[in-house]
Design a protein around this ligand. Structure first.
Ligand SMILES: *Cc1c(COP(=O)(O)O)cnc(C)c1O
Length: 476
């Protein structure tokens, strides 16, 4: 070994113990002060160049740093999801115990694709998939599922499965034009997946939405007929459960019935709102989901789990094995057998981190009920907030919230200024950093958008947001 190699230090258990204890203290202090609003800023905004200059100086500076100092700086300069005034993007406010589970996965690094490298996580993955299948209303014994790296990849995987089921494209290629039907409010990853598969613009048929921003199911038949006359084969119809931008739940009953009638694969994108399956109060929003052939749910959004952790579940086990019928001699003894314990056979990933242990831990430590409690809390709050906004003459909401997403805008005296003023409000809020909210465009209008992800956000926080907005607006 070279004389000054640090290799033995890298693997020194005692150094890890010391660094680990120090880090846990830093993290516990961080989310305590964020949670209690002792830190004023939910987002310590820096513009990209400023931020680059800062990190480049660290990079150019001395090596051999104390990791705790480095971690502290990362915390200070990041957006704080545990802050109750965080109400921006729909990324989960992590239950700390899941981060501990993540550390276990990080140290073990069992890659999961083959059974020997996933003796803990492969069985757990099966259990969690069976759990979801039951929640959806399927027969868990006939279903199958997998965890994968995000909703985008999960949706692509489902599309690949549907495509494999109706063609021999895997071995033969094809010149047929396939397409998917989906609401125009769907997440952009569907559009991207279609283009990745080589279907081009013709491959995605975006169905207009009704006034509640739900897919207008009355248009499905005519759109299908239109596609057929153009020789386009619709092989999947997708229901949003819920949509990303405004959080609207499509009518899954109607879409499912349409899919059944025409023998088309019915996929439900429940990346965000599939969590309602765990809530007695809001489960009704997902009615009809049991008609689906496949369902996607992100654990890292509404299920308090760190990114990325996404479930893709199939109603019929057979389907799950169709996606990638590929041979890998060095991985699997039997290439064609449908063994659930070699999860690499049905996932895009080869090496995959043990994402499931975070979920399994959360269930076992806090019980299933917390998922429903979480949904109830943040969905209720969205309704309270929207009702309050409706009582204000200087605000309007885009649509009554079905989920925890509220899109609204400030109405200035001069209606011509409405878009510019709302853009300016959002920009000023970010720069002040006390609130983190985002923006969206619905029918060409700019809206402010809050996703109430943090169960510790209160209606008082939202009242404060309203007065901050008014304060900013008066300066224009
Ligand atoms: C967030 C989201 C996605 C994308 O999921 P990622 O995990 O971010 O890749 C897809 N569909 C919907 C409805 C979403 O809300």
């Amino acid at each position: 070994m070279i004389e000054d190699s640090k290799l033995d230090q890298v693997y020194d258990p005692e150094a890890f113990r010391t660094q680990g204890h120090a880090l846990i203290d830093v993290l516990a202090d961080y989310f305590k002060s964020a949670q209690q609003r002792n830190i004023d800023q939910a987002i310590p905004y820096q513009d990209p160049e400023e931020s680059y200059t800062y990190w480049n100086a660290v990079w150019q500076g001395q090596d051999g740093l104390d990791p705790t100092e480095l971690f502290k700086t990362m915390l200070d300069r990041s957006t704080k999801l545990h802050h109750p005034r965080y109400m921006g993007h729909q990324v989960g406010v992590v239950a700390p115990v899941t981060a501990l589970a993540g550390m276990v996965s990080a140290i073990l690094n069992n890659g999961m694709a083959v059974y020997e490298m996933g003796m803990v996580s492969n069985p757990m993955e099966r259990i969690i998939s069976e759990k979801l299948a039951t929640k959806i209303g399927w027969n868990a014994e006939e279903a199958n599922g997998l965890l994968t790296s995000g909703g985008s990849l999960a949706n692509l995987t489902a599309l690949l499965t549907a495509r494999a089921k109706c063609s021999d494209i895997w071995d033969q290629g094809t010149d047929r034009q396939y397409a998917v039907m989906v609401s125009e409010e769907a997440h952009y990853c569907i559009d991207r997946a279609v283009r990745i598969m080589g279907w081009g613009s013709e491959g995605i048929i975006k169905i207009p939405t009704n006034e509640k921003l739900q897919l207008d199911t009355g248009l499905l038949e005519e759109q299908l007929t239109k596609a057929k006359t153009k020789n386009i084969e619709v092989i999947m119809v997708i229901g949003c459960c819920c949509s990303t931008s405004a959080g609207s739940y499509d009518d899954l009953h109607a879409i499912g019935a349409f899919a059944q009638k025409h023998n088309i694969w019915f996929h439900v994108d429940g990346a965000h709102g599939g969590a309602v399956l765990f809530s007695d109060r809001y489960r009704c929003l997902a009615e009809g989901i049991e008609k689906a052939d496949s369902v996607v749910i992100d654990w890292h959004k509404m299920m308090m789990t760190p990114a990325l952790a996404t479930s893709l579940v199939y109603k019929n086990k057979q389907d799950s094995y169709m996606t990638f019928h590929q041979k890998a001699q060095y991985l699997w003894a039997n290439q064609t057998s449908q063994d659930w314990f070699n999860s690499g056979k049905i996932t895009f990933e080869c090496t995959k981190y043990m994402m499931v242990i975070k979920i399994f831990t959360l269930f076992k430590v806090y019980r299933e009920q917390i998922f429903g409690d979480y949904v109830d809390k943040v969905y209720d709050l969205a309704r309270t907030f929207a009702a309050h906004l409706q009582g204000q003459s200087d605000f309007e909401i885009a649509v009554e919230p079905e989920s925890n997403i509220v899109c609204f805008r400030y109405l200035p005296q001069n209606p011509d200024q409405v878009n510019t003023i709302n853009l300016a409000i959002r920009q000023t809020l970010i720069q002040e950093g006390r609130f983190y909210i985002v923006q969206t465009t619905i029918s060409g209008k700019i809206y402010l958008r809050t996703t109430l992800m943090n169960p510790m956000t209160t209606i008082e926080d939202l009242m404060e947001l309203i007065s901050s907005i008014r304060g900013i607006a008066t300066k224009y």
